[in-house]
Write a protein that binds this ligand. Structure first.
Ligand code: ATP
Ligand code: MG
Length: 140
C-alpha cells in the first residue's frame, strides 16, 4: 500500500478535556507519523468553509458552532494507507457504534462532539491539508 497523508483534527471537546496527548499517542501507536501539528481556534466562517460539504445537513449549524467553540489541534498524519488507517483508529462517527479501543469509543461524548475528524479519501485529504498547512510546514 502507498504512503499517504491525511488530515486529522482533535476537536474542541477533546482539547477541553486535555486529551491531545492521549489521542496523538493512538495515532503513533498505529504507525502513523505526525508530520505537522498546530493548535488553533477556528472562526465560525472558517468552520463553515471547512465543512461546506455538509452545509445542507440538519446538523450543520450545531457542527460548525461546536468546531469554533474552542481550540482544535490540526495535524497531518503520514504512513502506509494513512487515510483508512486513521479512520480505523478514530472509530465510527457515533461513539455508540465505535469499536473498542478506538478514539471515539474511549473519548467521544456524542455523535456531534466526537473528539476527532479525519479525511475520508486521498483526494479530500489533499484539499483538507492545503486548507490548514503550507508545504513548508509539512516535515516528513
Ligand atoms: P469527520 O468528518 O468529522 O471525520 P465522519 O466522517 O465520521 O466525521 P461525517 O458524516 O463526515 O462523519 O460528519 C461530520 C461530522 O458531523 C461528524 O464527525 C460529527 O461531528 C457531525 N455529525 C455527523 N452526524 C451528526 C448528527 N447526526 N448529529 C450531530 N452531528 C453530527
Ligand atoms: Mg467526514
Amino acid at each position: 500500500m502507498a504512503i499517504e497523508r491525511t488530515l486529522s483534527i482533535i476537536k474542541p471537546d477533546a482539547t477541553r478535556r486535555n486529551l491531545t496527548g492521549k489521542i496523538a499517542a493512538k495515532f503513533e501507536e498505529a504507525g502513523l507519523r505526525i508530520v505537522a501539528s498546530k493548535r488553533i481556534q477556528l472562526t465560525l466562517a472558517q468552520a463553515q468553509q471547512f465543512y461546506a460539504v455538509h452545509s445542507a445537513r440538519p446538523f450543520f449549524g450545531e457542527l460548525t458552532e461546536f468546531m469554533a467553540s474552542g481550540p482544535v489541534v490540526v495535524q497531518v498524519l503520514e504512513g502506509e494507507g494513512a487515510v483508512l488507517k486513521n479512520r480505523e483508529v478514530m472509530g465510527a462517527t457515533n461513539p455508540k457504534d465505535a469499536a473498542p479501543g478506538t478514539v471515539r469509543a474511549e473519548f467521544a461524548e456524542s455523535v456531534g462532539e466526537n473528539s476527532v475528524h479525519g479525511s475520508d479519501a486521498p483526494e479530500t485529504a489533499a484539499e483538507e491539508i492545503a486548507f490548514f498547512f503550507s508545504g513548508l510546514e509539512l516535515v516528513g
